[in-house]
Design a protein around this ligand. Sequence first.
Ligand code: ADP
Ligand code: MN
Length: 164
Amino acid sequence: MLIGITGTPGTGKTSVTKLLEEEPYYQVIHLNELIKDEKLYSEVDAERDCVVADMDMVYDRILELQDKSYTVTIVDSHLSHHIADIVIVLRTDPAVLKERLEKRNYSEEKVKENLEAEALDIILAEAVEWCEKVFEINTTEESAEKTLKNIMRIIGGLRNGNTG
Ligand code: ADP
Ligand code: MN
């Protein structure tokens, strides 16, 4: 089972998937690192300080790396809803997200862009449009551990309903 953990930067994807990695049966792919390490991009956007991923290369690589000896493969990335059919979208109140993003060395512009994306539900809308199953978890007032439990509960439910 391939599941994406997506959401605007700062909503907690990497923190919570680092916890998930400690659990048996879960393979976790931190996609943003993979894209940089393996240069799975077509362009470097110097102005916005990011790379433009080559999604065909990314998709092929995920399928290669997916290890079927694990029950679930998790893709951690704000791009994962372009890859997986089942996704969990992490959400954070923009006021709290602002504090989280300001702790990173993001430009003012980049912080603003991400806060707007979160306020406008951009990733959720994309996920609903493209994915078969979409779940939402709000991380605003929760600990990463609680978010982890919520994710595992959702996946447990999916597995029980999944007889194929
Ligand atoms: P992302 O990978 O989505 O960009 P990160 O996990 O790198 O996000 O950063 C999220 C920040 O928010 C971390 O500093 C983390 O400690 C904090 N945080 C607060 N509450 C939560 C939560 N419930 N789940 C995950 N992270 C949280
Ligand atoms: Mn991350």
